[in-house]
Design a protein around this ligand. Structure first.
Ligand code: ADP
Ligand code: C5P
Ligand code: MG
Length: 217
């Protein structure tokens, strides 16, 4: 019988062979990560993997980790990396695409270091949706998706965890020149205009206004 350890090793090897392109999408709770990722998928052909969505699916699947995930989420705490990374690895290996938006991960230094150590994947860049706390609260309390953690008490805990644990990860990538920061307090379409600039293929600047083929004509 195949053990969990062997299965997990197989997934790690398959992922290493696949060498996917990864963009981490970070920001406070309600900053619009899911909303903007859906638009990036439509326009730029990425596959969106939300760590929160994968954890909710795992929680509801009746797996042995279900109760632990439920308790952590209801407290706004960060689930141990081992659990989340396995879910992300499996989702990437099972998907035919080779470019992924990983939304809501890495949430803390443990997530970041463990993902790097296990997958050896370095993100292309980190998209950071910056938004003030009052706006985040307003959005979450209006979200209406039936999430147990979308209440004022848990939102405040989640924002505190964001400041204490997730901002240092953003700072880590900033020091590496990898953060693309967006003002996420603006309306959805305006935020996406800024996102598009980041994802649109960069066109080499032409030194002269005349191109060589124009000269032949
Ligand atoms: P996150 O995934 O970062 O938690 P969501 O994308 O789920 O955030 O957005 C949270 C809520 O705020 C949703 O109800 C969404 O429709 C709304 N929302 C997202 N972006 C904006 C925006 N730029 N302006 C106003 N409301 C927004
Ligand atoms: O990103 P999202 O708001 O969907 O995350 C919801 C919750 O899922 C977080 O508050 C946290 O409890 C859990 N989570 C986690 N580790 C991650 C991402 C989410 O524990 N990397
Ligand atoms: Mg989300």
């Amino acid at each position: 019988m195949e053990t969990a350890a062997v299965a997990s090793k197989d997934v790690t090897v398959s992922l290493a062979e696949k060498k996917p392109k990864v963009v981490f999408v970070l920001g406070g709770p309600g900053s619009g990560k899911g909303t903007q990722c859906a638009k990036i998928v439509q326009h730029f052909g990425y596959t969106h993997l939300s760590a929160g969505d994968l954890l909710r699916e795992e929680r509801d699947s009746g797996s042995e980790n279900g109760t632990m995930i439920k308790n952590m989420m209801n407290e706004g705490k960060i689930v141990p990396s081992e659990v989340t990374i396995k879910l992300l690895q499996k989702a990437m290996v099972e998907n035919g695409n080779d470019k992924f938006l990983i939304d809501g991960f890495p949430r803390n230094e443990e997530n970041r270091a463990a993902f790097e150590a296990v997958t050896k994947i370095e993100p292309e860049f980190v998209l950071y949706f910056n938004c003030p706390e009052e706006e985040l609260e307003r959005r979450i309390l209006n979200r209406n998706q039936g999430r147990e953690d979308d209440n004022i008490e848990t939102v405040r805990k989640r924002f505190k965890v964001f400041l204490e644990s997730s901002l240092p990860v953003i700072e880590y990538y900033k020091a590496k020149g990898k953060v693309r920061e967006i003002d996420a307090a603006k309306p959805i379409e305006e935020v996406f205009e800024a996102v598009k600039v980041i994802f649109a293929p960069k066109v080499e600047k032409v030194k002269s206004s005349r191109c060589s083929s124009c000269a032949i004509l």
